[in-house]
Design a protein around this ligand. Structure first.
Ligand code: SAM
Length: 264
């Protein structure tokens, strides 16, 4: 891969999904693109980049995005956020809608849904979780709701029993989310920076946008915050990742503490 291919690939990914790939990622980009170019039967990385550049609606974009998204996540990641959420929804008027806006393979969305089920007396009516990610293959896995027991370790045993079926036979060592939890969540593909798939017209009580903005540059972060400001009800919450801080970037949100912001 030539330096020109690298800068072209990083430009394409930044323009499409906002992720900034620094020079230290050059080896990773070269390896991923090299392998995938071969798999497609193409000779040069530049041919693959041409295919993407000149075909903005090509299905190949989905695969290209998947090559560079970092899907690391976990059930009840940053437990304090779920304690704050439980406290927040306890006395809140229904309908309550929460958005897991970079949900990856679904662990965050199911953790939100379990928190709502456990906190509210009659959660089924008027409580909904909208969960989305740019990476369509991650969203598909989220929709399936099948996880290894190892991944489910952070889920307390009573919740595991209540909300998951343990697999048997060829599904030994796995568990599947029960329909009662799954039906609370609407999964979808959405791009935080282009607004494609964005749940327009909906107002959320809380939005989780954790561990994704860290890969965006400041102007992109400001643009996404501006959109969230239009999407979150006054007094609603924005949950961000442990190393993300937007305190001086917006007046629409005030820090509540523990990486949680309140819509002013
Ligand atoms: C590190 S994971 C975080 C998952 C989860 N929010 C958590 O904190 O455990 C980051 C996710 O952001 C998604 N992502 C990256 N760029 C995005 C964009 N422009 N719009 C929506 N999701 C994006 C990736 O596909 C990936 O699944």
């Amino acid at each position: 891969m030539t330096p020109y291919d690298f800068s072209r690939a990083t430009r394409l990914i930044k323009a499409r999904i906002g992720i900034v790939l620094g020079n230290h990622k050059e080896d990773m980009v070269a390896r991923n693109l090299g392998l995938y170019t071969k798999k497609l039967g193409l000779q040069e990385v530049s041919e693959y980049l041409d295919l993407l550049d000149y075909n903005p609606s090509s299905i190949e974009w989905e695969r290209f995005i998947s090559l560079f998204t970092i899907n690391h996540t976990a059930f009840f990641r940053e437990q304090h956020h779920f304690d704050i959420l439980a406290d927040f929804v306890k006395d809140r008027q229904k309908p309550i809608t929460i958005w897991s806006s970079a949900c990856s393979t679904g662990e965050e969305a199911y953790s939100i849904a379990m928190t709502l089920q456990e906190t509210l007396v009659t959660p089924d009516s008027g409580v909904q979780v909208f969960a989305s990610d740019i990476d369509s293959s991650a969203v598909e896995r989220a929709r399936q709701g099948i996880y290894t027991l190892e991944r489910l370790e952070p889920v307390p045993q009573p919740l595991l029993k209540k909300y998951f079926y343990k697999g048997t036979g060829s599904f030994n060592g796995m568990a599947r989310v029960k329909p009662s939890l799954q039906k609370m969540i609407e999964f979808s593909v959405a791009n935080l920076i282009s607004g494609e798939g964005w749940p327009s017209g909906r107002l959320f009580d809380a939005v989780f946008c954790r561990n994704v903005m860290i890969y965006f540059d400041k102007p992109t972060q400001a643009q996404v915050l501006e959109r969230f400001a239009q999407t979150i009800k006054p007094g609603g919450l924005l949950f961000v990742g442990h190393s993300e801080s937007f305190t001086h970037m917006t007046t629409a949100f005030k820090l509540k503490g523990q990486t949680v912001y309140v819509r002013t």
